[in-house]
Design a protein around this ligand. Structure first.
Ligand code: GLN
Length: 486
């Protein structure tokens, strides 16, 4: 049987629908790859038995009307899966088996997909390199000594290595777009509220959003349609009809106005990123879009604002891990307070503790007005910048990241340089607007680089169309030599 695992999700769905391949064969092909790819450490939990049973059930009773008929999918280990361990990359949840299913995964399963396994991620999705995971760091399949980005690093790695035909991640400050950029894949953070947060382990609730990570833009449209939708169980879910993004996907972008924000030209940015940006502009222009210089004046405050708001919300969300209700409990301590203290100091890793400390500090009386309230006000100014820009343009084009994938260990002990990675991605989360990363080129070391498209609230279709057009014209090809199979 020819290898189908390097095909796109759309191609695999077509083969299944045309009855040229069975779901069980597809599933076995991915399982085979995963077994040979342990070195990448992209999986925390495998659910092969579940996948094989579901694929056989599908083949015995197929429904080709579904969006993802008989498709095996591995997902970030931040989505709760009923009966299958969900760790959030933390020792705290090492043995946590949810008795419920997240809305997003349940939407995927209703469309005919099933779970292949749970993918590694930074602990509680806090990180940009997948080095904060309790289950060890993940390796970028593109190059052995490099990080896949984070926090959805396991998702990006597994996707690029052909361990899953598509995947999902979460993006609080860039965790879908940055790893997509680092691995030469497509990643979309939808409008806040488009995909339900119910059943996703919470990091910073006003920023968290789930989204697709795929090999192609068409796959991204398909996944977004399958996973999104109104959910009564999430009070911030947007009540609107599901969109058929694939049907409306077009490369015709004539007349669209694309903003280039001058504030995204940061000092110290490698020339290659600048060149990539120019390449993106050129493609869009040639395809009939109009390029317009714009200003987003509060951009420089986005990163500090994010690193106040996100830890503040995290410190509140993570208060629930007390060793009593669920999760890890320390056996040390002779009274309740000591049990809490030991549980939290043994159960959480360093980065999570750092966030809890920052968050507790900025929320404490005396500092609340100076930090938290101020950050909320600046957040509004950042949102206003985008609102103003979108009176003139339909979308904004920027680099996804200030550099290509860095080496394992390079930034691990320097939190500030790690945080600086998120400089281009956090503004969209603060404003709640959609943004996606599209692979466009490579740096001098042949590492992939992505460009980011930022859109208006619920402007996902425009982003997908722009990305579709850029994808077809960029000539980006990611050749991965499967060095880990040797
Ligand atoms: N790297 C950012 C952080 O560590 C974003 C993480 C995310 O989007 N989950 O907070």
């Amino acid at each position: 049987m020819p290898d189908i695992t390097n095909k796109s999700l759309t191609e695999i769905v077509d083969l299944i629908k045309k009855k040229e391949i069975k779901s069980e064969e597809v599933t076995n092909s991915y399982i085979n790859n995963i077994k040979k790819g342990k070195k990448l450490n992209s999986f925390i939990t495998e659910s092969f038995d579940n996948a094989l049973t579901k694929s056989k059930n599908f083949d015995a009773n197929p429904n080709y009307e579904l969006l993802l008929p008989g498709v095996p999918l591995a997902v970030k280990d931040l989505f709760c899966t009923n009966g299958i361990r969900t760790t959030a990359g933390s020792k705290m949840l090492e043995n946590f088996v949810p008795s419920y299913e997240s809305t997003v995964t349940s939407n995927l399963w209703s469309e005919g997909a099933f779970l292949l396994g749970k993918l590694n991620c930074d602990e509680y999705a806090m990180g940009s390199s997948n080095e904060t995971s309790f289950f060890g760091n993940v390796i970028n399949p593109v190059k052995e000594n490099t990080v896949p980005g984070g926090s959805s690093g396991g998702s990006a790695s597994a996707l690029a290595a052909d361990f899953t035909p598509a995947t999902i991640g979460t993006d609080t400050g860039g965790s879908i777009r940055q790893p997509a950029s680092f691995t030469g894949t497509v990643g979309l953070k939808p409008t806040y509220g488009l995909c339900s947060r119910w059943g996703i382990v919470a990091f910073a609730s006003s920023l968290d959003q789930a989204g697709p990570m795929t090999k192609t833009v068409s796959d991204c449209a398909l996944m977004l349609q399958a996973m999104s939708g109104f959910d009564l169980k999430d009070s911030t879910s947007i009540n609107k009809k599901k969109e058929n993004y694939s049907k409306k996907l077009t490369k015709d972008i004539k007349g669209l106005k694309i903003g280039i924000p001058k504030e995204y030209r940061v000092s110290g940015m490698p020339n290659e990123i600048e060149e990539l940006w120019e390449k993106g502009k050129k493609i869009l222009k040639e395809e009939g879009a109009e390029i317009i210089d714009i200003s987003l004046p509060h951009t420089e405050y986005a990163l500090p604002t994010y690193y106040i708001v996100a830890p503040a919300e995290a410190s509140s969300n993570l208060a629930r891990y007390d060793g009593v209700k669920y999760g890890f409990r320390s056996s040390k301590g002779s009274n309740l307070i000591e049990m809490y203290e030991n549980t939290r100091s043994e159960g959480f890793g360093d980065e999570v503790k750092r966030r809890i400390l920052i968050g507790t500090y900025v929320l404490s009386s005396g500092y609340y007005d100076a930090y938290y309230i101020k950050a909320q006000k600046v957040r509004q100014l950042i949102k206003n910048d985008f609102d103003n820009a979108f009176t003139k343009v339909d979308a904004i084009l920027t680099p996804s990241t200030p550099s290509a994938a860095f080496k394992i260990g390079e930034k691990k002990d320097d939190p500030i340089s790690m945080y600086l990675n998120d400089i281009f991605t956090v503004p969209a989360n603060l404003a709640g607007i959609p943004a996606m990363s599209v692979p466009i080129g490579h740096d001098k070391n042949n590492l992939p680089l992505g460009l980011q498209l930022i859109g208006k609230t619920l402007g996902e279709q425009t982003l997908l169309n722009l990305a579709f057009s850029m994808e077809s014209k960029s000539n980006f090809k990611q050749k991965i030599i499967k060095w880990w199979e040797k």
